[in-house]
Every structure is written in structure tokens, then in C-alpha cells.
Design a protein around this ligand. Sequence first.
Ligand SMILES: N[C@@H](CC(=O)c1ccccc1NC=O)C(=O)O
Length: 225
Amino acid sequence: MKYVRLSYDLAKSDPGWPGSYSIDIEPYTQIARGDVANQYKITLLNHFGSHMDGPKHFNEKGPRLAEMPLSTFIMEHPLLLDIPKSFSELVRVEDLLPYEDELQRADSLFIRSGFSKFRESDKIRYASEGVGISSQACQYIMDRCPNLNAIGMDWISLASYAHGEDGCLAHQYLLGMFHSHYICIIEDLNLDAIDPARLERIFALPLFIEQIDSAPVTVIAELNI
Ligand SMILES: N[C@@H](CC(=O)c1ccccc1NC=O)C(=O)O
């Protein structure tokens, strides 16, 4: 078995959703300053970097991540799809239709668009001209794929910034506003290292913090190598 991390380190210089707060990290106690231990104070927007959206993000009646069943975070039947997309393009129903049978069997879906290649080289466009999943595709997924607990992606948000209204509706669909189940969303992942034929399981473990809807997440893929 080989384990590969799909979530990024959190770093101040990383791209965030345009106009949103990101992260600040400051020393709290420091050995170099005469303290006995190193500690840091972190101020973090819970939607910055690799993170998991819980139902309460866009659905006031939905649970917080800490209230979801633990099976949400351990994916035994992940499906990785390569669906190449570029600046401000949306994943649409017709992109998913060829995979309907696989989608119905899977407990989680990871979409590799290739857009993560811009995360380092063009941070501004990575954030403001990101890929998205159309609200119609999200409605299709909610209606037709009852076993999916989570959808992950190699770009910054389910919503493409250029299609904000549709992105809002897309979040509302997956986060259960119009259905009796939920699909959590895992945003800003690096899916480069996964060979779909070797993918066994994915573990996506968010921080559980009181009050909050969503949280930073550590995502690890188990590959059969
Ligand atoms: N950063 C968010 C996206 C987001 O904030 C958003 C997406 C679509 C429409 C509005 C949004 N935020 C509004 O305040 C996310 O984690 O997906």
C-alpha cells in the first residue's frame, strides 16, 4: 500500500476565494525567545485552503461537519474521473452521463480537471477564474447518485467565481437544501498523484470545532501499489 496526501499545506501565500480572509500565523511562545516550547496562534478562515464544506455552509437546516456520521469521512468506494476543464469552465451533466453506472456505485466522487496546474503559477486566475460544477450537474448528482457522500475537486471551490449565482445554487443542491440527504464538498485538492486503477480508499478528516459549518481537512488516498 502507498499513501498519498491530496490536501495542501496551509500557507499565507496561497490563493483564496476572491475578497475573503485567508490565514494569519504568529508565534505564541518561542524557544528562541526564552520560552520552554514553541506554540503558534493561527487565525484561519474555515473556507481557506483544502477544506470540507459541511451541509450548514449554505443550508441553515443542515448539520455541521462535527454532526455528520463518521462514515462520511472514510471513502471505501471512491471514483476518480478525469474531466479536463480550463478557466471559468463548468462540469456539466453531459460530462457525467457516460459514468452513470460507476457514479451510482461510488460513495465519493473526485473530479480531476487539471486546473490545479495554475495554483502556483497563476494564483490570481486560479481563484478568480476557477472551474465549477454547474447547478444542473449538482441536481443530477443529487437525484441520481444516492450513495455519494462527498465530492472532491482539484480547483478552489465547487463554485466558479465567474458563475457566482449558479455556484451558490450548486452548493445549495449538494448541501441538501432540496433533498433529504447531503453531499459534503472537498475543495482545493491536489489529485495529480492518483492512478485511478490503483485507488483503494480515501480518508478525508476535517477538524471538528464547535459552531463551525465546515473545516480544513487532511485528505489521504490509499493506493494499491
Ligand atoms: N469559499 C466558498 C465559496 C463561496 O464563498 C461562495 C460561493 C458561491 C457564491 C458565494 C460564495 N460566498 C459568498 O459569500 C467555498 O468554500 O466554496
